[in-house]
Design a protein around this ligand. Structure first.
Ligand code: MG
Length: 169
């Protein structure tokens, strides 16, 4: 089975450092549960979100913590092909590759694209409804986050759920 897996919001928690940095700069008190829309830029009223990300890429991307249980992806890799399919700002690709290596994420291939449906696979796991809706994979799975509650399809809470799901169906 070919499993296409997103990085940010699925394996890497960029939202916690993002909100912490924003709160520190703007003296605000946003918490993760305030993020009810995928675009934090709207919530945080950022005029130049790309510049904000690029300026703070070290804490947001390089030093971000992994979500719990991402090691289950490595268990899945024993009997499946893992393709990382991620949309990144140009220039941050190597930071993401380094992060995956640092956090011992095994993968067979990595694809940087905004058109994720171009990468064929059997399973598609993402946290962004826009990508979930466009996927042509037969099994489309949402990583449960506060900002994707409108998704009506299959949903998991962490990578262990994916492991359990694929090993019992
Ligand atoms: Mg994502």
């Amino acid at each position: 089975m070919i499993i296409n897996v997103d990085v940010d919001g699925v394996l890497r928690d960029i939202h916690t450092p993002y909100i912490n940095i924003y709160n520190k700069i703007h003296n605000t008190n946003y918490v993760l549960s305030d993020i009810v829309n995928y675009s934090l830029d709207i919530l945080l009223k950022l005029e130049k979100p790309k510049e904000f990300f690029l300026k703070h890429y070290i804490p947001i991307f390089r030093d971000a913590k992994p979500y719990n249980n991402i090691e289950y992806l490595n268990k899945l890799s024993k009997n499946n092909t893992i393709q990382i399919v991620t949309s990144q700002y140009k220039g941050l690709e190597s930071t993401t590759i380094d992060w995956l290596n640092k956090n011992n994420v095994y993968y067979d291939s990595i694809h940087f694209t905004h058109d994720k449906q171009l990468i064929k696979g059997d399973v598609f796991l993402d946290d962004y409804i826009y990508h979930l809706n466009k996927s042509t994979c037969s099994d489309v799975i949402c990583m449960d986050r506060t900002y994707n509650k409108e998704w009506n399809g299959k949903r998991i809470s962490d990578i262990k759920d994916l492991y359990d799901l694929l090993n019992t169906t």
